[in-house]
Design a protein around this ligand. Structure first.
Ligand SMILES: Nc1nc2c(ncn2[C@@H]2O[C@H](COP(=O)(O)OP(=O)(O)OP(=O)(O)O)[C@@H](O)[C@H]2O)c(=O)[nH]1
Ligand SMILES: [Mg+2]
Length: 296
């Protein structure tokens, strides 16, 4: 029996539902999700093992044409993700299917040769059939280079099994690329910092979650317990005060939420020692981005 394996990139605009879809495809809450755009900052591998094939999904940051140093870092991650892939899943928010904003990203995918491109038309739970069908035929007509168009709901899982079958039929023959007990390339430290960011995005208003960086300074893994020492960087002292909250209320809430999430994910007791620190303009400075763990 031959074995099949391949890399499957998941790309699209911010908030399209890429990370929700990846979690569905993996059947695991690996990636953080929120109703605010620009939640994902790093490309993350999620590996799903079957008897005769291995699917290696790559979640990526939403494509955003912002001017900050950090925005070009995110775009670079998307470009790299596409290059690394055998198959590209382009996730389109079906409730806002604007192709104008997707134009540069579509061109980027087109310029990478020899890849199967699957368009996932997502969030169909929020769409009426009658509205969807003409939209889908228009997309098929305008984009003849698409291998498949799959209407899906990443949130409720509708058609995700169909998508898995399509992916399976397209992954090339190849060896097992990762050990069969491995489900991601990311360390527990990385995942813990993501769970913290997810909690901050949930509890803070629009802007603030995006000016913070979570860095794990120390991590210890025991049989039944994980210990993390973490710094959270913000740009100004006023922001630090907000993150701590009156009488430390917010910091306690964030800790409680992310500890619960991590405990469920790792099935271990979680000990979290967390400090908020100020580093002015970290998003603009290459050296600070490097210092806090962004590889540029
Ligand atoms: N109704 C509905 N909502 C969805 C669906 N898929 C994702 N969402 C919601 O859309 C929002 C964005 O989801 P994410 O998975 O974080 O989107 P993303 O594309 O990874 O976003 P970035 O990481 O910011 O680029 C969240 O509120 C999700 O719950 C879907 O199929 N239906
Ligand atoms: Mg995401």
């Amino acid at each position: 029996m031959s074995f099949h394996s391949g890399y499957i990139a998941i790309i699209g605009l911010p908030n399209a539902g890429k990370s929700t879809l990846l979690n569905r495809l993996l059947d695991k809450e690996l990636c953080i999700v929120s109703n605010k755009p620009q939640t994902t900052r790093n490309s993350i591998l999620g590996i799903r093992n079957f008897e005769d094939h291995q699917m290696i999904f790559i979640d990526s940051p939403g494509w955003y044409e912002g001017k900050l140093k950090v925005d070009s870092f995110y775009r670079e991650q998307v470009t790299q993700t596409i290059q690394d892939a055998d198959i590209v899943i382009f996730v389109l928010d079906g409730t806002q299917p604007q192709f104008k904003q997707n134009k540069n990203l579509i061109n980027l995918v087109r310029s990478s040769k020899n890849k199967e491109i699957i368009l996932v038309f997502n969030k169909i739970d929020r769409l009426k059939q009658a509205k969807m069908i003409p939209l889908l035929s228009q997309i098929a007509e305008d984009h003849p280079d698409l291998s498949e168009i799959v209407p899906c709901s990443a949130r409720d899982g509708h058609n995700v099994d169909v998508l898995l079958d399509i992916i399976k039929s397209k992954i090339p023959e190849g060896p097992e690329l990762y050990p069969d007990d491995m489900y991601t390339d990311k360390s527990p430290s990385f995942l813990m910092s993501e769970f913290l960011r997810e909690a901050y995005i949930k509890f803070l208003d629009e802007e603030l979650p995006f000016v913070l960086a979570v860095v794990v300074e120390d991590f210890k893994d025991f049989d039944t317990r994980m210990e993390f020492r973490i710094s959270v960087y913000v740009e100004r002292a006023g922001q630090k005060a907000i993150l701590i909250g009156p009488g430390g209320a917010l910091i306690h809430q964030i800790k409680r939420d992310s500890i619960m999430r991590a405990r469920k994910f790792f099935s271990k007791k979680i000990v979290l020692d967390m400090w908020i620190k100020v580093k002015p303009n970290w998003r603009q400075s290459e050296s600070i981005l490097k210092q806090i763990g962004y590889k540029i």
